[in-house]
Design a protein around this ligand. Structure first.
Ligand SMILES: NC(=O)c1ccc[n+]([C@@H]2O[C@H](COP(=O)([O-])OP(=O)(O)OC[C@H]3O[C@@H](n4cnc5c(N)ncnc54)[C@H](OP(=O)(O)O)[C@@H]3O)[C@@H](O)[C@H]2O)c1
Length: 340
């Protein structure tokens, strides 16, 4: 059973990694502007462009951009489900990881520093589960704000569109991204929930074993996760706050001008880059890499996709601003200060 779970977990992780790679590579290749590959660039732009950078001539198979809120609705429901299930599973693992978490504790177990070798897998699973809870909590915090913004802050113009393939990619992204954050324990969590459901069906509600909820044990493992998780939380908050400010600026632009008109945004990170809301999204996903100490390849690949995807869109946005406004500030970069 343990071996079967491990190979299922391997399979899921390989699938997620392959998906991020398959989505990132074409964008990276298209970004080099190689003349013989210009069709790839045009195709990707047609699929990924939205709003102001989508040409009016290319509106075949497009849907309103305001349907962006579907992404965050799906993300919110899916992340909540994963978070609750992983948290419940991690709570069950608490006795195994009652010692303060640290890599040294784990490495000591793994390298035979302890005689309780059989516990090493459980210890690793317990740590992975609590780490996943911390990452999913951050994701939940992010997608909740985005859901609120797409409904109450942004003022999508009726003519703003996105390609239906871009829409489906967005839905896939918000299924695969939260799953990538808990990929190392997702199969165990799934089995845990499946067992609970089976027990409930077989025994009925009254016969189920009642677990006492100790609020201290629900929260303490998260607090003890380690310093890199606190640094990650600070990086996350930094990106989160700036993205909120930039979205508020974008959302307010339409109130002072014609409903369909685009204007030059000012304030916050808009003074240094053209797409600070994309830059802050990159900072938010970078915090996931920090939280895992850069040791989780799936999360690195998720991060690489976010960087490639948003940089690609930001370069087009920057070009669009410079063409549309003759007085566009020349000191602004597209997305990464002093680099791009
Ligand atoms: N994680 C990912 O891979 C990923 C992918 C895509 C997006 N996102 C995130 O989702 C958020 C929104 O992205 P988006 O591509 O939808 O942003 P966007 O195209 O810049 O549009 C955001 C809103 O601001 C308005 N707006 C933009 N520029 C304006 C201007 N110069 N003047 C007036 N209004 C303007 C748009 O109006 P119109 O509707 O009229 O265009 C729209 O309502 C970003 O924070 C981004 O990071 C993340």
């Amino acid at each position: 059973m343990l071996l079967q779970n491990q190979s299922m977990e391997e399979l899921l992780v390989q699938f997620l990694r392959a998906s991020w790679l398959a989505a990132t590579l074409p964008i990276v290749i298209a970004s080099f502007s190689i003349p013989s590959l210009s069709f790839l660039r045009r195709t990707l732009l047609g699929l990924a462009a939205r709003g102001k950078i989508m040409q009016s001539s290319s509106q075949k198979f497009t849907i309103p951009q305001r349907l962006f809120f579907h992404f965050y609705l799906v993300a919110f429901l899916w992340t909540t489900l994963l978070l609750v299930a992983t948290w419940a599973y991690a709570y069950r693992m608490v006795p195994v990881v009652a010692e303060p978490f640290s890599y040294s504790t784990i490495t000591s177990f793994l390298t035979g520093g302890s005689t309780i070798r059989t516990d090493s897998h459980k210890l690793r699973q317990g740590y992975a589960a609590w780490e996943a809870v911390s990452l999913l909590l951050l994701m939940e915090f992010h997608v909740l704000r985005r859901l609120f913004e797409t409904i109450h802050v942004f003022d999508y113009s009726p003519s703003a569109r996105m390609h239906v393939i871009g829409y489906l990619t967005g839905l896939f992204f918000y299924i695969a991204a939260p799953l990538s954050l808990c990929g190392d324990c997702a199969v165990e969590v799934f089995n845990f929930v499946a067992n609970l459901v089976t027990e409930f069906i077989v025994k009925g509600k009254n016969q189920m074993q009642v677990t006492e909820l100790d609020i201290w044990q629900v929260l303490t493992p998260l607090i003890r996760l380690g310093w890199k998780h606190w640094i990650a939380a600070a990086v996350f908050l930094w990106g989160w706050i700036h993205q909120y400010h930039c979205h508020k600026i974008l959302g307010s632009l339409r109130h002072s001008t014609d409903a369909e008109e685009y204007v030059i945004p000012h304030g916050d990170w808009f003074e240094i880059v053209s797409s600070p809301h994309y830059l802050s999204e990159i900072v938010i996903y970078a915090s996931f890499v920090v939280a895992t100490g850069g040791s989780n390849l799936t999360i690195w690949l998720l991060f690489a996709f976010v960087v490639a995807n948003l940089s690609f869109a930001a370069v087009e946005t920057h070009k669009w601003y410079r063409q549309k406004f003759k007085d566009y500030p020349s000191n602004r970069f597209a997305i990464i200060p002093f680099l791009l």
